[in-house]
Design a protein. Sequence first.
Lengths: 268, 322, 236
Amino acid sequence: MHVHFLDPYRPGQSPIHKLDSRVKFVLTLAFIFAAALTPTGAWAIYILLLALVLGVEVLSELRVGYVLKRAALALPFILAALPIVFTMPGEPRFILSIGPWALTASLPGLERFISIAIKSWVSVQAAIVLASTTEFPDLLMAMRAVRVPRLLVSIFGLMWRYLFVLADEAIRLMRARLSRSGVSDQAGLKPGGSLAWRARVTGGMAGSLFVRAFERSDRIYMAMLARGYDGEARSEPLQALSGASWVVLALSLFTLLALLVFALLFWA
Amino acid sequence: MSFAHLFSPQPMHIPDGFLSVTVSVILWIVSIVVIAYALRRVAEDLGERQVPLMGVLAAAIFAGQMLNFTVAGGTSGHLMGAAIATILLGPWASILVLTTVVGVQALIFQDGGLLALGANIFNMAVIGTAVSYFVYQTVLRLTRGQRWGVLAGGFLAAWGSIVIASLAVGLQLALSGTSPANIAIPAMGAIHALIGVGEGLITIGALALISATRPDLLKAGEARPTGGRAVWIGGLLIALILAIISPLASSHPDGLEWVAEQKGFLDVAQGPLYEIIPDYVFPGQINEAVATIIAGIIGTILVFGIALAVAYARRNRASASS
Amino acid sequence: MHHSIEIDHLSFSYPDGHAALRQVTMHIQPGEKVALVGPNGAGKSTLILHLNGILTGQGEIRVAGLPVTKPNLGKVRARVGLVFQNPDDQLFSPTVYEDVAFGPLYQGFPPAEVRQRVAEALTVVNMRNYEKRISHHLSAGEKKRIAIATVLSMKPEVLVLDEPTAGLDPRARRSLIQLLQELPLTMLVSTHDMHMVKEIFPRMIIMDEGRIVADGPTDLLMQNEELLCAHGLEKP
C-alpha cells in the first residue's frame, strides 16, 4: 500500500484548476489575510467570506463535503480559544456549572470565540482548495513568483519528491513492528513492555529512517553529479502572467478589498 | 489499520484565525530574516551537497513524525524532530529543513495556517533549533563528549525545545487575545512538558541507533559552525526570556492584556488602520443590523448564483460536446 | 485438527477504490509449504498483510484455528511470523539482539526466557554469534536471516515470507533456500523465484489481478506453460 492517497491534489478541469497557480496562491493568501483583518462580530462579512469560499469550492468541482470534512481536521485547536468565552468581561450570557465550578459566559467572549472559529474555518477551506486544485510543481512556481529564495524552493521540491517514498518506509516500519506485537497464550504475561521501551523502539525506527535517508541523499547527490549538477539550482524563467490572469487577480483582490472596507465601515 | 491519525493536527501547529494580524506579521518578518541568514550560512558550510541532503532529510522528518507509540487510553506519542534535526544537521540546515517541513504541512496538509505559518516556522524551526542547539551543545561540553552525554543532551534538547516552543505558542495566543494568558501559557506548558518526555525518549532511541550504526553522522551536531555561537546565545536568550516571561504573564494576565491593548495587539479592529474611516459615515446600531441582513442575503445569492451558473453552463457544454 | 491458514471469500479494496483482492479462498494444512506466485500487483503482498490483521477486508480468515478479528489480533500476531520483503523495515534496533528480542519483550516474557528465545532463534538461522552486531552493517543475506530470527523468537506456528530471495546473491540465496527447507513450520511464501518454488514447495498458488487463478501441485502447474505465460510467469 502507498500513502499517495494522502496527497490532497484532486485532478480536474475546472476553472479553478486551470487558474494560474501564482494567482491562486496570492488570492488564497489575500483571502486569509482579509479574514484575519475582519473585525470580531462582523457576521455579515463572515457570511460573505464563507459564501465566497463555498462558491469557489463549487466552481472547482471538488465535492463540498470533501472540503468540509478535511476542514474539520483543524477543529480541535479551537479548544485553545474556548476559555475566552468565560474570561472576557462583559454582559453575562449563560452560566455553565461543572461540578463545584460555575463559569459565566460573556457576550463579548462568545462573539470573539465564534469569530475566531469562523475565521479559522473559512481560512482552512481556502487553503484546502489551493492544495486540492494545484499540483505541487505549480505551487513551487508560485513560490518562486513571490520571491521565495531558489535554494529553499529546491529543498521544497526535493522534499516533495521523496515525501511519499519515506512515508511508505515509515508505514512499512510500523507494520513490521505491529506484526511482531503479539500476545502470548501463556497466562500472567503483560504484553506491551514499558512506556520508555516503546518510546525507545519508536526512536530506533526513526533513527533507522534517518540513517537510510542520509544514505539515500548520498546516492541522489551522486546521481545528480552524474548528470552534470554543479551545486547551482537552475530553473527555467517564469512565464509572464496572461492578460486574463491579471484581470482575475485584480478583480478578486478588488472584491476582497471592497469586502474589507465594507467590514470596517460598519463594524470597526 | 487506519493511518488517518497520522495527520491529526498537533497542538503546536497554529491554524489561521487564532493569531492577530500584528503578531502574525511580526513573526513572519522575524522568520524571514532568520531563514535568509540560514540560507547564506548553509550555502557556505555545506556546499553543493546541501539540496539533496536537506530535501531528503526534510522528507525523513515528515515521515518520522508519522511514527508513533501507544501511551495510554488511545493516546499516542510521536516525534516533532527539532532536536534530532539540529543534532544531525547543525543549526542552520536544521532551521531550513524544519521550515520546509512546517511549510509543506501548512501548504499541503493544512496542518497549521498560512498567515500563521510565519509564527509556526518561528516556534518550531527557529525556537526549536536554537533551544535544541543551546541545550545539546551545553550538555556535550559539560559531559566532554561521552556517549551518555550525547543521549542525555538529546533528551534534554528535545524536551526543552518542545516546552519552550509551546510556551511561545501560549504567549502568542495570549498576545493575540485568543486565549487568556493565565490559562493558555500554563496549559500549553503542562501538556508539552508531558509530550516533551515522549519526544525526549524517541530522540534517545534515534540517537542510540545512529550512534551505533553511523556515528559519523553525529559530527554535524558536535561541530561548531560559523555563527554557531550566535545560535547558542539565541537559544539561551529565548529559553531564558520565555522561562521568565511565562510565569509572569500567567500570574499577571491583566498586565499582558494591558501591553497588548497599548500596542494595538489585541485586535487590529481597534487599531489605527481602521481610524481612517470616519465614524459619522454610518452611525448607529440600526445600520449594522440592516447591513448584516442585506450583505448576507445579497452576497450569498450573488456568489452562489454565479458559481452555480458557471458550473451549470460548464456541465451543459460538457454534455453538448460529448 | 484445524487448518493452519483458512481464508474464505476474502475481498479487499484500498481507500482509493482499487480492488486488490477479489473473493480469495485458500486452505493450508499444518506443515504444508506453499508458494504464492503471480505478477507484480497481483495482490500477493496485500493478501499476506491480511494474515495478521494489518489490513482487514471482507471475508473470513482463521489462522491456527483463531479467527482474525480485532479481539484476537494480539494472539494471531504471536502465531503468525511475518517476514517483510525489505529487512531494513524489520530491523529497527541498534543491535541484532534487540531486534530479535523485540517480539518476546513485547509479549512480556521474563528476561531469562527472552535471552533463551533469542539464542534459540539465532541458532536456527545459523547466526549464533551475531547478537552484538549492528543490524545496519550486515550483508543482505545476513539481514534476511536476522529478519527471520526476529519472528522465530516469537515461536510462531505459521511462517509467512514476502519475496525472501529478492536481491540476494547466489550464495546467500542458496543458504536461505536451505534454511526454509529445514524449518519445520507451516509456510506461505510469496515469490518470483520459480526455481526456488520448484525446488522446495510441493504446492503452488497463482494469483493475478486479486484472484486465485490456479492452486495445485507445483509439478503439475509448472508443466502448463500456457497458464504460466498468461500470468506473467516463466517455467524454470
